[in-house]
Design a protein around this ligand. Structure first.
Ligand code: NAD
Length: 499
């Protein structure tokens, strides 16, 4: 069986802790590799080496650092097929979806090619007599990224590219379920010219995460994963004086107004609800039609589309719309939640629980499920299911639909389908959610903007990637400089204005 490694000081190195966890092929249910779980000793040494490497990296001028990003971007493009295959092999998503995963990460690398213009700082000429002020952005030092299983390429790239372009060193702790893509990306970054030690990929579990949170050298933690862990990491990192941004789970709603193009809305719900087996933090898991007639027509349009979905392994190519979920435990949890929905009185229009695929009976596949008449008190509404299950909550008015979203604990993404500009504008203005789509189901912002949810979908300040990332990964130093030629100014004991 394949034994995966750590990536330390520019090399793949064997784990020395003696602890491992299994990496599954979700399509077959077989263990395909084992990944080492780092000890605190391995982590501490990797952090020390990173701190040493960071000093020279931060002193490298920003355009030289940007050139490493340019080469890295070219290598990602060159290795697109290989990276997508690595993603699919461990995650189970289809190859086109895996390419999207790599591509949305690559777009952040592309923004980092322009890092120097984001790091220029501010300058004020003549802020007082003979006084100029300037603010510079400096790297933090060694920072950490802790990432989830569901985007094995994109989210590690969202972390590593801005952190490194800003002059930091990074300790990346990818999901232990999908570690191979991060290891390969680290190799490519070294090939692109990144000095050894600036990116260390440390595989591990809670032990290593806690080690990161308690290590005094680590200056900042960027986390992406489920809400309970995000909240825990935010609390512990902040208590230890670290800068932290922790992105959590989601329950994303789409309002469908009576004037919406219902075919387009149904198509969008299929992609956003069932794509990647629903394992996206921006998946739409709740459809909110306004009016009984809209709801009836929408369900009518959804049913044949859901029934036509093809579920299978990524190796089946174009014959597959989505693949397995990540683990047997995840499949069991999804099925249990569906059962709870039935028990609590929702209408299970399409039941995906008994799905089985010939030749892949042990794979972690879930058939698509569709619920109607879901109410907010049901478990299937309250929980993030993270599976191919779409719930329909019927509402009578736009205000009722908006209120449903406003009172939900999560606030990652949301969408509205409507032909009316006023309603769309009102929705975008009032809704308390971080990313909003208007006739657009998965509004993940382009990499020139920043990504982040509200409420229990994110803890901490600033969003991921885009302009916010350059703020998160740097600290500001402001200099007030005075030169005396032509200035007559005696000693001043007062804290006075400059004018
Ligand atoms: P997870 O919270 O189980 O794991 C995320 C990371 O935390 C992994 O690296 C894991 O090793 C580590 N971890 C897990 N348990 C831990 C513990 N007790 N203590 C310390 N570290 C721990 O999340 P997941 O299952 O890998 O990913 C799915 C979740 O991520 C979903 O909730 C999804 O919505 C969310 N997600 C959010 C975003 C976003 O940007 N908001 C993006 C993608 C995924």
């Amino acid at each position: 069986m394949q034994e995966l490694t750590q990536y330390i000081n520019g090399e793949m190195v064997k784990g020395t802790s003696g602890r491992f966890t299994d990496v599954y092929n979700p399509a077959t249910g077989e263990v395909q590799a084992k990944v080492p779980l780092a000890s605190i000793e391995e982590l501490t040494k990797a952090i020390e080496d990173a701190a040493e490497a960071q000093v020279a990296w931060a002193a490298t001028n920003p355009q030289r650092r940007a050139r490493v990003m340019m080469k890295f971007g070219a290598l990602i493009n060159e290795h697109m097929e290989e990276l997508a295959e690595l993603v699919s092999k461990e995650h189970g998503k289809t190859i086109p979806d895996a390419k999207g995963d790599v591509q949305r990460g690559l777009e952040v690398v592309e923004v980092c090619m322009g890092a120097p213009s984001m790091l220029k700082g501010e300058y004020m000429d003549n802020g007082g007599p003979g006084i100029d002020l300037y603010a510079m952005r400096q790297a933090l030092g060694v920072v950490a990224g802790i990432t989830p299983f569901n985007f094995p390429a994109m989210i590690p790239l969202w972390k590593m590219a801005p952190a490194i372009a800003c002059g930091n060193a990074m300790i990346l702790k990818p999901s232990e379920r999908c570690p191979s893509t991060s290891l390969r990306l680290a190799e490519l970054l070294t090939e692109a010219g990144l000095p050894k030690g600036v990116l260390q990929v440390i595989n591990g579990d809670k032990e290593v995460v806690d080690g990161i949170l308690d290590n005094e050298t680590i200056q900042a933690v960027g986390f992406v994963g489920s809400t309970p862990i995000a909240q825990y990491i935010y609390g512990r990192a902040a208590t230890n004086g670290k800068r932290a941004q922790c992105f959590g789970g989601a329950k994303n709603h789409m309002i469908i107004m009576p004037d919406a193009d219902l075919d387009k809305a149904a198509d969008a719900l299929i992609g956003a609800g069932y794509g990647a087996a629903g394992e996206r933090c921006m998946a739409i898991s709740v459809a909110v039609p306004v009016g009984q007639e809209t709801a009836d027509k929408l369900i009518e349009k959804l049913v044949p589309r859901v029934e036509a979905l093809k579920v299978g392994p990524y190796t089946a190519g174009d014959d597959v719309d989505y693949g397995p979920v990540i683990t047997a435990a995840s499949k069991e949890r999804i099925n249990k939640l569906i059962t709870s929905g039935v028990e609590q009185g929702a209408d299970l229009v399409i039941d995906g629980r008994d799905f089985s695929l010939q030749g892949y009976e042990n794979g972690f596949f879930c058939g698509p499920s569709l619920f109607d008449n879901v109410t907010p008190d049901m478990e299937i509404y309250k929980e993030e299911i993270f599976g191919p299950v779409l719930s329909t909550v019927r509402t009578e008015t736009y205000e009722e639909a908006l209120d449903l979203i406003m009172t939900n604990n999560y606030g990652n993404g949301t969408a509205i389908y409507t032909a009316d500009g006023d309603t769309a504008r009102d929705f975008a203005h009032r809704v308390n959610v971080g990313m909003v789509g208007i006739n657009f189901p998965i509004p993940v912002p382009l990499s020139y903007f920043s990504f982040g949810g509200w409420k229990k979908s994110a803890f901490g300040d600033l969003n991921q990637y885009g302009p916010d990332a350059f703020k998160f990964y740097t600290k500001t130093k402001t200099v007030t400089a005075r030169w005396f030629s032509g200035i007559k100014d005696g000693a001043a004991l007062n804290f006075k204005a400059m004018d």
